[in-house]
Design a protein around this ligand. Structure first.
Ligand code: ATP
Ligand code: MG
Length: 222
């Protein structure tokens, strides 16, 4: 099991529970969609999965490791190695070129730098159809190009898991379809596990499994 959550609870205030005794199991290589109304706690859940936040109670296991024993510093290293993030807005650094943005997650670790990483970046850029714009800055790219750059950045360290929070939310329909297809192809080609939060049933229907977050728990739609 890649990920196992047991009775996870999370609140931001005493009078409102966001996640309530939530259970979740995800196997390596799965494609999972999480849908649900605005405010239901999807981003909250994704932040927990991404180890950006900790639960109030419950157990989180990643590759059978109990995450609660990790210090914040250990979690940061773990996250950088194992998890790639794609957000609704690409969060690229405006002063860097597309190529430099993609290489950013490799800068924290000497081991990750060098020829092999540059080769990986070059392959990803070509895979994403970005070769012609690799030396341009985000302000000189389209929304779809920025989002594809964000996907390449998420993949540069070969994470086992990609977390995407409404990755197509800011795109037109054609770019949204392209990005979703790209994510699905990467899941099939590289075996990367995909967890996508989305409001779009078009996006959700391309995953293997769809969960709805409702009243703090996940319900599967078979
Ligand atoms: N840091 C925070 N402090 C206090 N309340 C928060 C915080 N983050 C989120 N919330 C509240 O928790 C609830 C769940 O928020 P969350 O962002 O997880 O929802 P969501 O399902 O991702 O919604 P959307 O579809 O609009 O992105 C919301 O009511 C939100 O206002
Ligand atoms: Mg959200």
């Amino acid at each position: 099991m890649l990920l196992k959550f047991e009775k996870i609870a999370k609140s931001y205030s005493k009078d409102r529970v966001i996640l309530d005794q939530l259970d979740l199991e995800i196997k390596g290589g799965e494609r999972v969609a999480i849908v649900g109304p605005s405010g239901s706690g999807k981003t909250t859940l994704l932040n927990l999965i991404g180890t950006l936040d900790r639960p109030d109670s419950g157990k989180m296991y990643f590759e059978n490791q109990d995450l609660s024993v990790f210090t914040d510093l250990q979690l940061a290293a773990f996250r950088n190695e194992k998890i790639g993030f794609v957000f609704q807005m690409h969060h690229l650094l405006p002063q860097l070129t597309l190529l430099e943005n993609i290489l950013l997650p490799t800068l924290t670790d000497k081991k990750l730098q060098g020829k092999e990483t540059h080769e990986r970046a070059r392959k990803l850029i070509s895979r994403m159809g970005l070769a012609e714009v690799a030396h341009q800055k985000p302000s000189e790219l389209s929304g779809g190009e920025c989002q594809r750059t964000a996907v390449a950045r998420a993949l540069i360290n070969r994470p086992g898991l990609i977390l995407a929070d409404e990755p197509t939310g800011a795109l037109d329909q054609k770019s949204a379809f392209n990005l979703t297809d790209l994510l699905v192809e990467l899941n099939k080609e590289e075996g990367v596990t995909l967890i996508v939060v989305t409001h779009s049933m078009d996006v959700a229907s391309k995953m293997n499994r769809i969960y709805t977050l409702s009243e703090g728990k996940l319900i599967t739609i078979e």
